[in-house]
Design a binder for this molecule. Structure first.
Ligand code: ADP
Ligand code: ZN
Ligand code: ZN
Length: 755
């Protein structure tokens, strides 16, 4: 009898598939299998089935198990993973396997994941008879009947939570013909199971409550709904213009036309956007089944994430709302993709497979021939340039959706002039900003103070000898966290108690230099007496869920002044904020990173957009030493288009992205010399790569923060006007890089955001 082999992708950097023998019937491509690898057993993905193998017969091992309960991943999904692997210079397994929920990568958990819990559902007879047949005082029984009628099928555990003797009751009802048991209600194979009868009336209700669209919103929704085939849209809508409503209505139109379709909605960070999720759940409350709207993000528990993933994979989930990792979900009926805040750097994964979820979303839309909507008030220059060239269709929302809400007035506070006129700042807060904060407090309105630096002060210094507190493991200063009495390295996490005296000269007068959110919080509490000041940043929200609590305090009006980092800038619809103060923004104006200006502009537009959303006139005050800088000038006029076109012209002159394509080779060594030597050798190896003549190679340079956690880092930049040449070069270069030694780690990043 002839043998069968499968070629399996494993999460391993070698760009090859691994061959295994199958004893039983060969699993089809797309099936997950457990296979021996070295001394371990790992999960892999079958890519091909073959009657032959190049591996010598005595060395081919046999697959241990196939996950037959999970429907195979589609050829289309494999093509997506293959593209991503090729584009981002990784092996197929390095893309495909990390894209799966952890629970699926553990064969020991397969059985439990797909175990079928019997579910009880009302029959038509039960629906007609039940509430009336129950004694009036049987509250628990009524609760159970009501849950079956309204929430749909229940499993035994759900039922027991409502009524301790649910088991006996359900058996009784089953005997009466009021309840039936379905055993495949929760499995991976049940297509579109779930409640079917209970939702009439609900869609009308959700639709009746929604706002009438503005003309611009209606136009955008119509264009998206009319799209045929691959249709990338850039939805450029000023802050508060109601982009969410456009997404919601586009999904409604989709489901009206195609009841079984799936939509993927990407958000930069799901924990920061509970109101976004709530809006989708409320509008689509009527979709059948518990799994019809699922979320996918890295903060979820394993089991929950596996459940969401499987709901997407089987088509039960109609709306998948997720962070960047959701772009790799298996979505067999995918028909529309939304990428909200498409400019957000968070869409770029910064370790492992360094992919851009936004770019993969566009590729996916092209693969399936569907519409993708990229929404932003400040589109990335990459997307803007696509729109300028007519490759993306532009949809504009130029006005705020709420009739009385207008964009806030933006004013620069010239710190130099304040100083010249002898009206110095009090610990970083200028007179005009302090006065504006006090006026808001008196009027019972909220203010927001934005500064992109957490901690108390970025460094602790000795006036006597010039000592600055540095991290012993990094080439960076440590940040003073006063309330915790610690110095903390924001690069490697190193921590120490604050010293009593300068370790170099013994001077006890060591003092914080500069300011972070903690210090501003302290200053504002003293400067605006009576104000309730709340700080929101990565430190104050470390506990899971605490950000939500803090934000709900703001929404509930329990806060007068909110101080925070970019966490407070994104997406929030604060109704009572009428003033935004911006501190310390200047540093980014002169950064060596060519994207710093674009990022700053987006951040300031976002944070400004928090002011004056619900009819209170909004004001934004930016403290700066460069009030006439072009970036601030554009900000003051809410002129994204002017800023984008001017910046694109500069990029074109300087031959920077999006006019050229870039890739980085990064190396980490025990010494800087080792890292640089590796990169130099890598650069020389490029001479042997056939396509390399269309690629410019720059000198290897140390990274801005050379040493992090005792590892020295350097990088080599490659650039080309041709994306294809760059990718071909990288592909041919990989085996040469693998042959080089002398560093701890190296990695290639395509389309890097931070250079
Ligand atoms: P964006 O995401 O574009 O900044 P949002 O989607 O947060 O804007 O919408 C801003 C506010 O406008 C929200 O409070 C939303 O409920 C409201 N809104 C959106 N569309 C309309 C509309 N057509 N009529 C009235 N209010 C609307
Ligand atoms: Zn000193
Ligand atoms: Zn450190």
């Amino acid at each position: 009898m002839s043998e069968t082999f499968v070629r399996v992708a494993l999460d391993h950097p070698l760009p090859t598939l691994f061959d295994y023998r199958c004893d039983a019937q060969a699993p089809v491509p797309g099936t997950l299998v457990a296979v021996p690898f070295g001394k371990r057993s790992v999960v892999g993905l079958v890519v091909e089935v073959s009657a032959h193998t190049e591996v010598p017969a005595d060395r081919v091992r046999t697959i241990e198990a196939a996950c037959s309960a999970c429907a195979p991943l589609s050829a289309e999904w494999l093509a997506l993973a293959t593209f991503a692997a090729d584009y981002y210079q990784r092996s197929l397994g390095e893309v495909a396997l990390p894209a799966l929920p952890q629970a699926l990568r553990d064969p020991a958990r397969w059985a439990r994941l797909f175990a079928v819990a019997p579910r009880f559902r009302l029959t038509a007879a039960g629906r007609a008879a039940l509430p009336d047949a129950l004694p009036a005082r049987a509250a628990a029984l009524r609760r159970l009947a009501q849950a079956l009628a309204e929430a749909g099928p229940l499993d035994a555990a759900d039922a027991r939570a409502l009524h301790p003797k649910a088991g006996a009751t359900l058996a009784d009802w089953q005997a009466q013909g009021w309840v039936e048991v379905d055993t495949d209600g929760g499995t991976a194979f049940d297509g579109h199971a779930g409640a079917t009868g209970a939702q009439e009336g609900a869609p009308e209700l959700a639709r009746a409550m929604r706002p009438a669209p503005t003309d611009e919103q209606r136009q955008a929704v119509d264009e998206i709904a009319a799209a045929q085939g691959f249709s990338p849209f850039l939805l450029h809508g000023v802050t508060g213009s109601g982009k969410t409503e456009v997404y919601l209505r586009s999904l409604e139109r989709l489901f009206d036309a195609r009841p079984d379709a799936q939509a993927l909605v990407l958000v930069p960070e799901i924990n920061l956007t509970p109101q976004f999720e709530a809006a989708f759940r409320a509008r689509f409350a009527s979709l059948a089944g518990d799994d019809s709207i699922v979320t996918l993000h890295s903060g979820m528990a394993d089991g929950e994430r596996a459940r969401s993933w499987l709901a997407a994979h089987t088509g039960r989930a109609r709306i998948v709302l997720g962070t960047r990792l959701a772009v790799l979900a298996s979505l067999p009926a995918l028909a529309l993709i939304v990428v909200d805040e498409e400019h957000e750097p968070a869409y770029k994964q910064q370790e492992g497979l360094r992919y851009s979820a936004r770019d993969l979303a566009v590729w996916r839309a092209k693969q399936r021939g569907i519409a993708v909507v990229l929404g932003s008030a400040t589109p990335s220059l990459e997307s803007w340039w696509q729109a300028e060239q007519g490759r993306y269709r532009r949809l504009s929302l130029s006005r705020r959706a709420v009739a009385e809400a207008v964009l806030p007035s933006v004013r620069m506070i010239d710190l130099e002039e304040e100083r010249r006129r002898g009206r110095g700042s009090v610990d970083g807060i200028s007179g005009p900003l302090a006065a504006a904060l006090k006026a808001r407090l008196e009027r019972g309105e909220q203010s927001l103070v934005f500064l992109n630096r957490r901690g108390y002060a970025p460094v602790l210094a000795c006036d006597a000898c010039g000592w600055l507190a540095g991290c012993p493991r990094c080439s960076a200063y440590v940040v003073l966290h006063k309330s915790e009495h610690t110095l903390r390295c924001h690069h490697c996490g190193w921590e120490a108690r604050v010293p009593r005296a300068c370790p170099d000269c013994g001077n006890v007068d060591i003092a914080p230099l500069g300011r972070g959110t903690q210090r501003v919080e302290e200053t504002l509490a003293a400067l605006v007496p009576g104000a309730r000041v709340l700080r929101i940043d990565a430190d104050s929200t470390r506990r899971k869920g605490s950000a939500q609590t803090l934000f709900s305090n703001v929404h509930a009006g329990e806060v007068d002044i909110l101080v925070g980092t970019q966490m407070i800038a994104k997406g929030h619809d604060f109704q009572r904020v009428s003033l935004v103060g911006v501190l310390n923004a200047d540093a980014a104006l002169f950064s060596h990173d060519f994207r710093a200006g674009e990022r700053l502009f987006a951040q300031l537009m976002q944070v400004s957009g928090r002011a004056g959303r619900a009819g209170l006139p909004g004001e934004v005050l930016v403290q700066t030493r460069y009030p006439r800088h072009a970036l601030y000038h554009a900000l003051g006029r809410h002129d994204y288009v002017g800023f984008a076109n001017a910046t694109l012209a500069e990029r074109r002159d300087a031959q920077l992205p999006p006019f050229v394509y870039q890739a980085l080779l990064r190396a980490e060594g025990r010494t800087l010399d080792a890292a640089l030597a590796f990169l130099a050798a890598a650069g020389e190896a490029l001479a042997q790569v056939p396509f390399a003549e269309r690629v410019t190679v720059y000198d290897a340079v140390p990274m801005t923060i050379v040493k992090v956690a005792n590892v020295h880092r350097a990088q080599l930049l490659l650039e080309s006007a041709s994306r294809a040449s760059l990718l071909a070069t990288l592909r041919a270069w990989q085996p040469m890089l693998r042959a080089l030694k002398g560093v701890l780690r190296w990695s290639v990043e395509v389309d890097p955001l931070d250079i």
